[in-house]
Structures are given as C-alpha cells and as structure tokens.
Ligand binder design. Structure first.
Ligand SMILES: [Zn+2]
Ligand SMILES: [Zn+2]
Length: 229
C-alpha cells in the first residue's frame, strides 16, 4: 500500500470529481476542495465520497459539518446537492456510515462519541446546518496538526508531535523506548505494547495548543504588552 501525500490525494479527488460532479456544480465543488486543501480529514472524506457516490448518481459535497470529535476521530456530516451523509474520519481514513435519514447503526460509533442510542441521535440529524462547519485541521489551533486530536487530548500513538514524558524530546524519535525496555534496537509488537503500558503508567503528555502552536499576534493586536485588567 502506498501513502499518498495531500497534494496527490487532491489530484485524485479532482479526477474522481470529473465523473461525479454535475457541470453546473463544478465551480462550487472545486472551491470547497480548495478550502480544505491542507486538511487530511476533509480530504479523506471527499476522497471516500467521490470514490463511492452513496446513491450512485451525480452529486457533490456542498458543506462539511463537525457533528462530534474525539481522540482524533471525527464524526462528519457531508451535505450534498442530493442528501446528507455521515462519515467517520481520521487522518488515515474515512469510513462511510450512511444517510442522515437512517442514522448510525454502529453501536461502537454511538458509544465512542457518547451519542445515546440510534433513535435519540437520529433526531439530532434532521438539520445538519445547526452543527458547526468543519474547520481545516491546520487552520484550527486547537487541533494537533499531525494526528488531529483536540486540545488536552492524548495524541494518537506514533504522532510526531507527542512529547516524551521522560526526556522531553520527540517521543517518536527519542531513545527512551529502548532504555525503558532494556533493548538496543528494533522493537516487536509485544515490546511496543509493553512500552505503551509504561508510557501510560508514566503519564502521557497531551496535545497543548498553547505550547505547540505559538501564537503570532496579528498586526492589529501587536501594539504593546497585554493589559491584565
Ligand atoms: Zn498529535
Ligand atoms: Zn524520551
């Protein structure tokens, strides 16, 4: 399996769109794709949608809404010209969950996002426009730019932004895993599991937007030290 870069994925989506999007909707559809060009979450949703049109008929995504998010997983609603659909999306993949008119059948998904049972949640889906517009991950300072967890959440294990709780370095590249397990190189599945347990016992460092996303004051705000009254 090959890993596509974001720009390769965008090209793939554009190609799929030629076969899916009605001509008169194309400018709007391309505008949406541009808006989300730096966002792996939206790109995965769009790629899934245009690869497999839910009704098998011409259609295009007009808006993406964030219904729920947790630990780098997003429950997104795609409002299209024909209907509205639900997707479960991470930085790695998007999974089609169904039409908003039938709701979510997967119990694990309902439980994961604490949405109650299918019928209760179904009422929430009547009007997707009341949910906020999905924000491109890189423009949203409250989202880890690599694994897309929210502020204060633990990174997805393997995220290059995660800080090592032992040495303060980059957890994916520091040597602590070998030291903690008393091994000198490559770790197998079992060792990785053991390391994960030691890591949990030590206490993982969650994503902290204040630390990892330095704020650059905009020209209008950079007029002097902030007052504290
Ligand atoms: Zn992360
Ligand atoms: Zn370390």
């Amino acid at each position: 399996m090959t890993t596509q870069t974001l720009s390769e994925k965008k090209e793939a989506i554009q190609l799929l769109m030629k076969y899916a999007v009605p001509a008169d909707q194309m400018p709007e559809a391309l505008k949406l794709l541009d808006h989300f060009q730096d966002d792996p979450i939206a790109a995965n949703l769009l790629h899934a949608f245009y690869s497999y049109l839910p009704e098998g008929l011409d259609d295009n995504v007009r808006s993406i809404r964030t219904l729920a998010r947790r630990q780098g997983s997003f429950l997104l609603g795609a409002i299209t010209t024909r209907a509205a659909y639900l997707y479960l999306v991470t930085v790695d993949k998007a999974e089609f969950l169904g039409n908003t008119s039938t709701g979510i059948w997967e119990k694990e998904v309902l439980n994961f996002f604490e949405l109650g049972d299918r019928e209760t949640h179904l009422k929430q889906l009547e009007d997707l426009t009341k949910f906020p517009e999905h924000r491109p991950a890189l423009q949203d300072e409250k989202t880890c730019p690599a694994c897309a967890v929210g502020d204060g959440e633990k990174h997805v294990l393997g995220c290059p932004v995660e800080v090592c709780p032992w040495c303060g370095g980059q957890l994916t590249s520091c040597h602590c895993r070998f030291e903690k397990l008393d091994r000198d190189h490559i770790l197998g599945e079992r060792e990785l599991k053991a390391f994960e347990e030691k890591l949990a016992a030590k206490g993982r460092i969650p994503y902290d937007s204040a630390q990892h996303r330095p704020a650059y004051p905009s020209a209008g705000e950079a007029t002097g030290p902030a007052s504290t009254n």
